[in-house]
Design a protein around this ligand. Structure first.
Ligand SMILES: O=C(O)CCC(=O)C(=O)O
Length: 310
C-alpha cells in the first residue's frame, strides 16, 4: 500500500476532472473539446466568423465617424496620448478607440450578427444583452510604447454579475500579429478572482482608462492570439489579457462587444477594488453630459440592447 505524500494529493485535487458546466452552457454548438478548452483556458478562437464585406462596412462607418460625417449619440471617442496625427483628419490627434457605439446602426449590426450570437449564447444563455461596445484602432507607436494595452481583466469595468454569464467577442478587422499588437492572454486566469487595477507606471504615459492589473505572475504562460481578418475570439471577463505595441505604420483595427445574460444584475462597487474606475467613469460622464452627483456607474450601461431571445 502506498501512501500519497501531501504534495501529490494536492496535485490530484487540482487536476480532478472539471465540470464542463461552470463557464459554458450546453447549446449543441461547441464540441465537448471546445467546451473543455474554454472551461480550462477562458477563451476560444473561431476562425473566419465575420465576412470581409461586413468588416469593410464597419471600417467605412468608422472612417465616416472620424471625419465627423455622422454624429452618434453617446459615442465616446478616445485619442492616443502620444499620437499627434489622425489617419483622417490631419490636424487632430489619432482616434485610438470608439466606445459605446450602440446608437450607430451600422456598427451595432456587428453585435447582432447571428453567427456571433450563436457562440455568445454558449456563455450567456439565450437572453442576451449587449453591454459595452468598442472599435479599437491601435495607432502606430510613436516610440513611447503608449500603443500597448496593459494586462487587465475586463470585469474591472463592469458593475454587473455574475461574471460567468458575461463574454467578450473581439473580431480582427485585418490580420493581427505580434508586429501590430495582437491580443495577449494568460490562459486559465479566468478561474481566479477580480484583482486590483490601476494606471501602470509607464514612462511614456498611459492612455485614459487603460488600467492594468496589479501583481499578476509575470512567469504565467502568455499566448499571443495572431488572427486573420474576420477571426473572432470569445473570452471570459476575468481572463487577464492586453495587447502589445503596434510596431507597424498602419492602424490595427478590431471591433468588439461585451454581452451579458439578461439575468445579470447590477452591484454596488462601494468598498471594492472597482471604486477607482467608478470614480473615473462618473467624472467623464458628468463632464460629457454636464451632470453632477446624481449620476451612477450603472447609467453608463443603460443603453444596453436586449437583442436576442430564442
Ligand atoms: O484591442 C486591444 O488592443 C485590446 C483591447 C482591450 O483589451 C480593451 O480595450 O479592453
Amino acid at each position: 500500500l502506498q501512501r500519497a505524500a501531501p504534495t501529490s494529493l494536492l496535485l490530484i485535487i487540482s487536476h480532478r476532472p472539471k465540470s464542463l458546466q461552470q463557464y459554458t452552457l450546453d447549446t449543441d454548438l461547441l464540441t465537448p473539446e471546445q467546451r473543455l478548452f474554454y472551461e480550462e483556458n477562458g477563451f476560444i478562437l473561431i476562425k473566419n466568423l465575420v465576412s470581409e464585406e461586413d468588416i469593410d462596412r464597419f471600417r467605412k462607418e468608422f472612417e465616416r465617424i472620424c471625419r465627423r460625417e455622422v454624429k452618434v449619440p453617446g459615442l465616446v471617442v478616445m485619442r492616443d496620448v502620444a499620437i499627434a496625427r489622425s489617419e483622417f483628419v490631419s490636424d487632430q490627434k489619432a482616434v485610438s478607440k470608439l466606445q459605446d457605439f450602440q446608437e450607430d446602426p451600422e456598427l451595432f449590426r456587428y453585435c447582432t450578427l447571428p453567427q456571433i450570437l450563436k457562440y455568445v449564447e454558449c456563455f450567456t444563455g439565450p437572453n442576451i444583452m449587449a453591454m459595452h461596445t468598442m472599435l479599437i484602432n491601435k495607432p502606430p507607436d510613436a516610440g513611447k510604447k503608449t500603443s500597448r494595452h496593459p494586462m487587465h481583466q475586463d470585469l474591472h469595468y463592469f458593475p454587473f454579475r455574475p461574471a460567468d454569464r458575461i463574454v467578450c467577442s473581439w473580431t480582427a478587422m485585418e490580420k493581427v500579429n505580434r508586429q501590430n499588437g495582437c491580443l495577449v492572454v494568460l490562459p486559465g486566469t479566468h478561474t481566479g478572482t477580480l484583482q486590483e487595477h490601476d494606471y501602470p507606471e509607464w514612462e511614456g504615459g498611459v492612455n485614459k482608462m487603460y488600467h492594468g492589473v496589479r501583481g499578476y505572475d509575470p512567469q504565467h504562460l502568455r499566448v499571443h492570439l495572431e488572427m486573420e481578418k474576420g477571426d473572432t475570439v470569445f473570452f471570459h471577463p476575468l481572463l487577464i489579457h492586453g495587447s502589445g505595441m503596434n510596431q507597424t505604420q498602419g492602424f490595427r483595427k478590431a471591433i468588439s462587444c461585451h454581452y451579458a445574460s439578461a439575468d445579470c444584475y447590477y452591484i454596488d462597487v462601494k468598498g471594492t477594488t472597482q471604486e477607482n474606475i467608478e470614480k473615473e467613469v462618473k467624472e467623464i460622464a458628468a463632464r460629457k453630459y454636464a451632470l453632477n452627483e446624481e449620476i451612477s456607474f450603472k447609467v453608463r450601461h443603460l443603453h444596453s440592447h436586449y437583442i436576442h431571445q430564442l
